[in-house]
Design a protein around this ligand. Structure first.
Ligand SMILES: Cc1cc2nc3c(=O)[nH]c(=O)nc-3n(C[C@H](O)[C@H](O)[C@H](O)COP(=O)(O)OP(=O)(O)OC[C@H]3O[C@@H](n4cnc5c(N)ncnc54)[C@H](O)[C@@H]3O)c2cc1C
Ligand SMILES: NC(=O)c1ccc[n+]([C@@H]2O[C@H](COP(=O)([O-])OP(=O)(O)OC[C@H]3O[C@@H](n4cnc5c(N)ncnc54)[C@H](OP(=O)(O)O)[C@@H]3O)[C@@H](O)[C@H]2O)c1
Length: 434
């Protein structure tokens, strides 16, 4: 008998799950990877920064998994819209949810919903050409912007804001987005952390890159670069050293300035019709290690606030979800009988692409142990028949390759790099179903 598994989501977690199923299963296995977009690879395509081409090349590895004979890609199929959990459990021996973390965490401060206050999720989706966001959505018409948060996503956002359009023209940034970036009025970018350099979440390699930008001077105030305590990890020591070295630099007159700030928390986004400023309160740590305000305030004269304080998962219809952890409760990947979870939906929105490989392998070990010796479904009811009945025509792997080819063709015609993203479902479907 063949083991049939549906994997929901084709980001790193979904594809590593498919790979682990093929590698670990002692019996024949068929894996259908159902993805709401016409395109695979999740945040590798719509998250990893466009100028990080070497990281993006991980897609080459993921591609080889999708090309395994046991694995099938079905794009444009959304769990909760086109198919339900019951539909899947009636057609597959097991289902693995790998839908990631699609929305932003909230700050919970006044002014958060003013025009010009933007979630990093939306901004990243915009410059990555995600079909959920219109390429005309953002105009960078403010000379000063603030990025809240000092994690790697904040670093990506800052880099994209600081680079010249010329530098970005060699990347896959959609052409309309590149046009907007070339018209950017941004001169000063404030990156704001609510704790000290020793608590920042960014990694050393990513941090160093900010200090090497051709188009921006990095400024750190010496008093904010000070850290107390010792026993830090190598990573933290490295970050602290870099920050300290920046505090000794003098601006070299580059077109943009990056002000990296610490010990400041946002308390209000100011403005009536749109963002006109960001009010911050100086912070310290309480004896219990909590961030507390000191009662000293300052205001940044920014016209845009980018909130980069983490992603979070959304509940899937019919699937258990903890509002406390914003993940699907599981034991080593097991959710309920024949239902499993992997990736950011399983453990929360932290970790690099590779973290999802061992995470998926754990889920698959649990799944195979649970299903060992159990009777398999006959395989007579298929997802193909159900989708056809509902008028849903999934995007096949070959159709995805046609989208990729059209993106390469577009880059060539524009004289830009290897690929320029097509934006919008219509454009993608036109490219693969001419
Ligand atoms: C902005 C950003 C940049 C990053 N850059 C890097 C980097 O440079 N290097 C690095 O190592 N890590 C990076 N990471 C981390 C890395 O991207 C994650 O660890 C990884 O993508 C998580 O994998 P996942 O499969 O759980 O989620 P995702 O990659 O988000 O994949 C989830 C997939 O599920 C699909 N989906 C969602 N809902 C449904 C549904 N209802 N039905 C069907 N399909 C659905 C989505 O469309 C998506 O394709 C970055 C993360 C972010 C947010
Ligand atoms: N190049 C890469 O490898 C790369 C690139 C992008 C993303 N990623 C990975 O993707 C994951 C997600 O990254 P991320 O940057 O979204 O999340 P993150 O690493 O968790 O960073 C979130 C940042 O937001 C701050 N924050 C949270 N709530 C806040 C609030 N209410 N007010 C002010 N600041 C607040 C956090 O500060 P506190 O620490 O004080 O909470 C932290 O500085 C990470 O594991 C990251 O490494 C990797």
């Amino acid at each position: 008998m063949t083991l049939r598994v549906a994997v929901i989501g084709s980001g790193p977690a979904g594809i590593y799950t498919a790979e682990a199923l093929v590698k670990q299963s002692a019996e024949p296995v068929r894996v259908d990877v159902l993805e709401r977009l016409p395109t695979p690879y999740g945040l590798v395509r719509y998250g990893v920064a466009p100028d990080h081409t070497s990281i993006k090349s991980i897609a080459g590895y993921l591609k080889r998994v999708l090309e395994l004979p046991e694995v099938r890609f079905l794009g444009g199929v959304t769990l909760g819209e086109h198919v339900s959990v019951d539909d899947l459990l009636g057609r597959y021996d097991a289902v693995v949810y790998c839908t990631g973390a699609m929305v932003d965490r909230r700050l919970g401060i006044p002014g958060e919903d003013l025009p010009g206050s933007v979630a990093a999720t939306d901004f990243v989706n915009w410059y990555c050409g995600h079909p959920d966001v219109d390429p005309g959505r953002f105009t960078l018409d403010s000379p000063e912007v603030a990025v809240i948060g000092v994690g790697n996503v904040a670093v990506d956002v800052v880099r994209v804001l600081a680079r010249t359009a010329d530098e970005l023209s060699r990347t896959d940034v959609p052409h309309d987005v590149l046009q907007r970036l070339s018209e950017s009025q941004v001169k000063v970018i404030h990156m704001v952390g609510r704790r000290g350099p020793e608590h920042a979440k960014f990694t050393l390699k990513e941090l160093r890159e900010l200090g090497e930008l051709d188009n921006a001077d990095v400024v750190v105030r010496p008093d904010e670069a000070q850290v107390s305590g010792d026993g830090f990890s190598r990573q933290v020591r490295g970050n602290v050293e870099v920050i300290r070295s920046w505090s000794a630099r003098s601006p070299a007159g580059r077109a943009r300035r990056l002000d990296v700030r610490f010990w400041l928390r946002p308390v209000e986004i100011l403005g009536t019709e749109r963002v006109e400023g960001l009010r911050l309160e100086r912070t310290r740590l309480s004896p219990e290690g909590r961030v507390v305000g000191t009662g000293a305030f300052e205001t940044l004269p920014v016209g845009m606030v980018l909130r980069s304080v983490g992603y979070q998962s959304v509940p899937l219809p019919g699937v258990p979800f903890s509002e406390e952890t914003m993940t699907v409760p599981n034991e080593a990947g097991r959710v309920r009988e024949r239902e499993y979870v992997a990736g950011w939906l399983k453990r929360g929105p932290t970790g690099v692409i590779g973290t999802n490989k061992s995470d998926a392998a754990e889920t698959v070990r649990t799944l195979l142990a649970d299903l060992a010796g159990r009777e398999r479904l006959p395989g007579t009811a298929t997802i193909d028949a159900l989708l056809a009945e509902r008028g849903v025509r999934p995007v096949t792997y070959d159709e995805w390759l046609a989208i990729e080819a059209a993106e390469a063709e577009l880059a060539k015609s524009l004289g830009r790099g290897d690929r320029v993203k097509l934006v919008g479902l219509e454009a993608m479907l036109r490219a693969c179903r001419p």
